[in-house]
Design a protein. Structure first.
Length: 153
């Protein structure tokens, strides 16, 4: 059975998933400045965003965050599904849950950044209705490795 719940960023499950994500991204993008890991607990405190953990039969298998970056726009961050759980539909469920959180905090649009080498992620976001947008924020400094996407809620 799957569940997706708000979880503190400091929780052991969140920290383990983020560590796995960081290791995977660090290996895929060894170039200096190619990884963007910035996310604070305050940005996911419920009023400005959320951090979600997906579990299957009590085991943490995925995560993602949403944070407001302006009055109308939320950004998805730290989206990750453990390799053993990929292809099960949990990624799409996580995106939908994060979009619901974005709407809850008042966003009308959702944006995100992913890497050029993350073909599965690019496919997932396309299936969820995301389209390419110009690089924004810190991602303008990594045009060789970053792809920014967005969609209106």
């Amino acid at each position: 059975m799957y569940a997706i719940e708000r979880t503190p960023l400091s929780s052991p499950a969140a920290q383990a998933l983020i560590a796995a994500l960081n290791a995977e991204l660090g290996a895929a993008y060894p170039e200096p400045g190619a990884t963007h890991w910035t996310l604070s607990a305050e940005e996911t405190d419920g009023a400005r965003g959320a951090f979600l953990v997906a579990t299957r039969d009590g085991t943490a298998i995925g995560c993602g965050a949403v944070r407001l970056i302006d009055a109308d726009t939320a950004e998805l961050k730290r989206m990750y599904v453990a390799p053993a759980a990929r292809g099960t539909g949990i990624g799409k469920r996580l995106v939908a849950a994060l979009e619901a959180e974005a709407a809850r905090i008042g966003a009308k649009r959702v944006v995100l950044e992913t890497g050029v080498r993350q073909e599965a992620a690019l496919g997932l976001y396309a299936r969820c209705g995301y389209a390419r947008i110009p690089l924004y924020g810190e991602y303008v400094h990594s045009p060789a490795t970053s792809v920014c996407l967005g969609r209106t809620l």
